[in-house]
Design a protein around this ligand. Structure first.
Ligand SMILES: [Zn+2]
Length: 248
């Protein structure tokens, strides 16, 4: 009987892309391949959070002491390039010239354990939280500037006069904005995640409210500018010398 006809022989078959990459490429090698500088202690600045001192340990797998992300080479590349796991595995296989059988699917039948699911969900939550936090902080800092300007604008000149409504509203909103910024900058990560889970809608509503009031004012200002421009154009002696007119 010919050797190649032997059905049970697995010697000459290639593994699926996941198995091939998992056995052939470490998280550290993958990170280095895609431009992450890993020092002699196997530490690098984490590309998944704003990291200034190396807080990610890379070896067979990676783990970040700052944002707690972890995984293998495929997870790393998938996160780094924001691509799917399969795409990441294929990319690594190609870049490292790891041989695999493209038709073969990874072995099924091993259901994930509740612990694995919990870990996955936790990772997902932290990822969503980090994205939200960056945007929320930037929005809130913008709101703070707007509200500071608004309180100055509506502050009554006469100390004894009652505070006008817009002043009170802006003042109260600014206190709230300050409170949220403080939490997002100094509270524990647990507390911040709690804020993300329970207060993100309130924060978004606050941001909308602050900016909604800003819109009509901007358009009035624009109208005024347009009017000024019109008057200016009328007084310009040579219309063709005006580049705006020449362009029409
Ligand atoms: Zn990190």
């Amino acid at each position: 009987m010919s050797f190649l006809n032997c059905k049970n022989n697995q010697e000459y078959t290639l593994p699926d892309v996941f198995t091939a990459v998992k056995h052939g490429v470490t998280a550290r090698k993958a990170a280095e391949m895609y431009g992450i500088e890993v020092n002699s202690h196997g530490m690098a600045c984490c590309p998944f959070h704003d990291d200034t001192h190396p807080s990610m340990k890379l070896d067979e797998r990676y783990y970040c002491f700052g944002c707690h992300t972890s995984g293998d080479a495929i997870d790393f590349v998938s996160n780094l390039f924001q691509i799917g796991k399969r795409e990441a595995a294929v990319k690594i296989a190609e870049d490292f010239q790891v041989a695999y059988d493209p038709k073969k699917r990874p072995g099924r039948g091993r259901p994930i354990t509740p612990e694995q699911r919990k870990e996955w969900e936790m990772r997902q939550l932290q990822k969503d939280f980090r994205e939200w936090r960056g945007k929320a902080l930037s929005d809130l800092n913008g709101d703070y500037r707007i509200l500071t300007e608004r309180t100055t604008r509506f502050e009554p000149a006469d100390r004894n006069a009652p505070f006008p409504k817009p002043f009170v509203q802006a003042h109260n909103d600014r206190t709230l904005v300050e409170f949220y910024i403080g939490l997002l900058e100094t509270a524990s990560q647990e507390m911040q995640i709690h804020l993300y889970l329970h207060d993100r809608e309130a924060i978004a509503a606050l941001h909308d409210r602050v900016n909604e009031r800003e819109k009509p004012r901007a358009s009035v200002w624009e109208k005024l500018e347009a009017k000024k421009q019109l008057v200016h154009n009328r007084h310009t002696e040579a219309p063709l010398a005006n580049p705006q007119r020449a362009a029409i």
